[in-house]
Design a protein. Sequence first.
Length: 501
Amino acid sequence: MDTDTHAAGDTTVDTAAVPAETDVLIVGAGPTGLALALDLARHGVRALVVERSATLFPGSRGKGIQPRTQEVFDDLGVLDALRAGGGTYPVGMVWKDGQRQGEHRMFDEVEATEADPYAGFALMVPQWRTQEILYARLAELGGGVAFGRELVGLTQDADGVTASFASGAPVRARYAVAADGGRSAVRRALGIGMTGETVDPAPALVADIRVTGLDRDNWHFFPPTEAGPGLQGGFLGICPLPHTEDFQLAAGFADPSAEPDLSLDGIRKLVATRTHLSADDVTEVRWASEFRPRAAMADRFRDGRVFLAGDAAHVHSPAGGQGLNTSVQDAYNLGWKFAAVLRGSAPAALLDSYEEERMPIAAQMLGLSTGVHRGEVRRGAATQQLGLGYRGSALAVETRTDLPEEALRAGDRAPDGTRAGTRLFDAFRGPHWTLLTVGSTDSGVPDLPGVRTVRFPAYEAYGTGVFLVRPDGYVGWAGGSGEPGGSAQGLAEYAARVGAL
C-alpha cells in the first residue's frame, strides 16, 4: 500500500449532484459519519454526508482501533484493508540523556480466544487512513461525501429536517445526525449543552512529523525536562505510524498558560529541548493540533429528528484510545435502527433506544479514558470494549431464569465460534438479524421470515438456548427451546417490534 499518498484530495463530490432530499443527512465526514453512511448504504437507505472541509481529515489523531471496533469493521467489510494499512502497537522505549533506559509496555496482555478472536491487541491505523478506507468502501456501495458544505442553519418539523449551508442549496431529510466533532455546529444550533470536566488544565500537542535518528521498532518516550518558558512539560512520545514514513508526536505541557507553537520551527525547538535529537532531525511537520484534554458528554443525544454521535456527543482524553472507537459504535448502534424505521418494519419509537443504550456506554468510556490519562487505570481488557453491552435496554429481552452468573444474556455482545464448518461471525456478517439455536432442538421456535437461521452445537460461550442476534452483533432476545408450546413464546412478537421481520 502506498502509505504516504492521501486520497482525500480526490474525494470531492460535485455539489451539483447533491440531492435536495434524502432520508438521513449526516453532518461530518469523520470516522463516525463515514461508518454510519456505510452502514446505511448496505441497508439500502439514502444518506448524504456533508463536510465543511474541502477534503477528509489529514491527521493521525485517533490511531487505535480496539478489538470490539475491529469486529464492527469486519462486519462492515473494511477490516482486511485496515489490517493491510495498519499494524500492532510497538513496544515502548524510555530514553534519558540519549541513552535507552528500558522497555515500557503500555498494555496489559489479553489473550485472544475463539469467542473473542480480535482480543489481545489494538490495531494501530492513522485516522486519515481509517477515513480513506471507510470512504472507499462507501463509494463501492454507491455513497459519497459533499465537501465544502458548511452547515449554517438547521430547522425541523414533524416530518423532517431542513439544513442550510454557507454555499449550495438547502437539503431536506427525514432525519439528521450530528457527526461534526467536539465543536459541533449542529449541537450548538440545537442548544444542547455539554457537561464534563477538564482532565488536564495544561495544553497538549499532537503532530505528524518526519524525523531522523529514531528507529521504527519502538514507541519512544522521553521523561519530563526543565526548560525555557512554554517548553517544559511532562509526557513526550514519538510513535512510528505503520506503513508510512511518519511519526506521531504527542507532548504535554506543565504550564496551563503555555501556547504550543505548531510551526515547523516550534516543533523542532520542542523536540530538541526535550529529547537527545537535534532540531534538524525534524525534517517535516505534516499536520499538527493543540488541545486541552477534557471529558464531557452532551446533555442529551437526541432532539426530535436530530441525533448526536461521536465527538459531537462525547469528548474524551485521547489517552485511553476510546474516543474513535466509542464514536464508531454509536454509528453502528444507530444505523440498523434508522433502516428498520425508514423501511416501515419498526415504529419510530425504536429510535428512542439509541440514547437509552449509548449514553451509559459513553459515560462509562469517558470515565475509563480519564482514569487512563491520570494513570489510575491500565490499558487492558476494559479498554478493548468487548465486555460492553446493553443488558438494561428495553431491547434486551431475557426469558430464561436461574441462569449462572457467567451465562450469556440478552443485551450481551454475541461471541464468535466455529463448529462443523460454520463460523458465527460469518453468519452474523451483514445487515440482517440472525436466529441462533445452540445445543438444543428448534421445537417451538417460530419461523422468522427474512431472519437468517443458524443451528449450532452446544458451545460454552453460549451454553444452550435460542438467541436472536441484532445486526450490530448483540443478543436482542434470549430463551430456551424444546418445551411444549415452545419456550420461545414471544420471540415472533419481539422480532416484529424491533423490525427484524
